[in-house]
Design a protein around this ligand. Structure first.
Ligand code: GAP
Length: 456
């Protein structure tokens, strides 16, 4: 990463911590790599992203069933899905310090294209290229490292009690396929959707919330007839683009990349990665995959359950194929922040502001009394604040510091509207409304504030 890009990233990370969006987990104990906590604004923003996604991918459609599955899953289920045997990344060790690294990352940093390489190929490339660890020591052979986080259920310490934190929300969906068929008798095509946590024991978590160990996914498994997969793939590709635009991801930094056969997951016959230009490079934001009938077939094989669709009109019984749009929430947040981060000069001062879409902004409106120590102003401002809050709950009251400081604070958290109550308000019942992106101010009658904000 160049110095400029590093600075861009460091400035954003510092702002998000300072303003109460995202904190490293257990910071008072020096933190734990790959985990983050969300402060009040981060938590609110996550909820907003989820709400928009749920509305667009689930509730506005007739044929999508939203569920909320368990996070801890039995080993047998993840053996069936192929995760126990194959959900791994290539790892190599510094032979002197024992520190572990992603073998493909070290090779790529050394300019080697690792597309389609096996661990044996990587070992060979490490030897041939005399690639060393970051500390300059020789590296071990590359081998696969399973990324699932294991846990043990009850008092049984043997294999029967073995379980895992789910590595993707998708598997909870596949094992509920029959439940949804039995309860709702949906007609093809239909989808099952879920938002929830997933866990991956990443070897080298890095780049802030880009690669973490506890993440949240928003996924749909869309069940279709095999011959119709391509048209539904395009349909979801469009929906993902609409979502990107609605949550404020810069379209100039978003790229759809066809994933080569060698790089696709074992279950996929076609994958498009939605990649974003982060300061640390163009990398995956979301994925759209054609998972064929791989998962349902594996669960049929391993569980013996009849995970088939019965077409009443034709009398056919078959295993549907699957299109999967899969979106990580934390990468979505990061792409939104990087798209929204803006600076400009207002008057004599330069300012930083987050150009977040209204739906995504954690605070929609901030109400200020011009001066804190004038009881008439404060009580009028509180009265106006209470009225607005009834209609727009994400309204905050702020009387801390001078007015310039309050604007700066709200700009940095992306609040679209600031309302100032001043002495004129006491005379004519109007306030100053300031617009975040332009810094423009206009006088608005108190009775018109809500309509003004909702129509902006
Ligand atoms: N069910 C398909 C699946 O899980 P994936 O490409 O492994 O596919 C889907 O993950 C999305 O989840 C990614 O596009 C990304 O947004 C997010 N994601 C995956 N691993 C992540 C990690 N370690 N940290 C943050 N987000 C991650």
């Amino acid at each position: 990463m160049s110095e400029n890009k590093k600075e861009e990233m460091d400035t954003l990370v510092a702002l998000l911590k300072r303003r109460g969006f995202i904190y490293p987990t257990a910071l008072i104990y020096d933190g734990v790599a790959g985990f983050f906590d969300y402060g009040p604004y981060g938590a609110a923003m996550k909820e907003n992203i989820k709400r928009v996604w749920w509305e667009q991918f689930v509730s506005s459609r007739e044929n999508i069933y939203g569920i909320d599955g368990a996070i801890v899953l039995p080993r047998v289920m993840l053996e069936a899905s192929g995760h126990v045997g194959g959900f791994s990344d290539p790892i190599t060790e510094d032979t002197e310090t024992g520190e572990r690294f992603r073998a493909d990352h070290l090779l790529e940093e050394a300019g080697v294209d690792t597309e389609g390489m096996s661990t044996e190929d990587m070992t060979e490339a490490i030897e041939e290229g005399e690639i060393k660890s970051p500390a300059g020591n020789p590296l071990s052979e590359a081998r696969d490292f399973n990324l699932m986080l294991k846990t043990q259920l009850g008092s049984d310490s043997g294999p029967r009690g073995e379980a895992y934190l789910r590595p993707e929300t998708a598997q909870s969906i596949f094992v509920n396929f029959k439940n949804i068929l039995d309860s709702f008798s949906p007609k093809l095509p239909f989808g099952i959707a879920q938002i929830g946590k997933a866990f991956r024991n990443e070897i080298s978590p890095r780049n802030f919330v880009f690669r973490i160990r506890e993440l949240e996914q928003m996924e749909v498994e869309y069940f279709v007839r095999e011959e119709e997969w391509s048209e539904h793939f395009s349909e979801w590709q469009n929906i993902m683009n609409e979502f990107a635009s609605r949550v404020g991801i810069d379209p100039d930094k978003l790229h759809e990349v066809e994933v080569s056969e060698a790089d696709r997951a074992h279950y996929s016959k076609r994958t498009i990665d939605f990649e974003f230009e982060y300061p640390f490079g163009q990398k995956e934001l979301w994925g759209l995959a054609y998972r064929t009938d791989y998962d349902l077939s594996r669960h049929i094989e391993h569980s013996g359950a009849k995970l088939e669709y019965f077409d009443q009109e034709s009398g056919e019984r078959f295993v549907p194929h699957v299109i999967e749009p899969s979106l990580g929430i934390e990468r979505t947040m990061l792409a939104i922040f990087l798209s929204a981060y803006s600076t400009d000069e207002t008057g004599e001062e330069s300012r930083v502001f987050l150009k977040l879409p209204y739906e995504i902004a954690p605070v929609k409106v901030a109400v200020f009394p011009l001066l804190k120590n004038k009881p008439q102003l404060t009580s009028k401002a509180r009265e106006i604040f209470s009225e607005i809050k009834k209609e727009i709950p994400a309204t905050h009251f702020d009387d801390n510091g001078n007015i310039g400081k309050r604007y700066r604070r709200q700009d940095e958290i992306g609040t679209p509207f600031c309302i100032t109550v001043d002495f004129d308000t006491l005379e004519d019942d109007s306030v100053t409304v300031r617009h975040r992106d332009t810094g423009e101010q206009e006088r608005v009658a108190v009775s018109d504030i809500i309509a003004k904000i909702k129509n902006s």
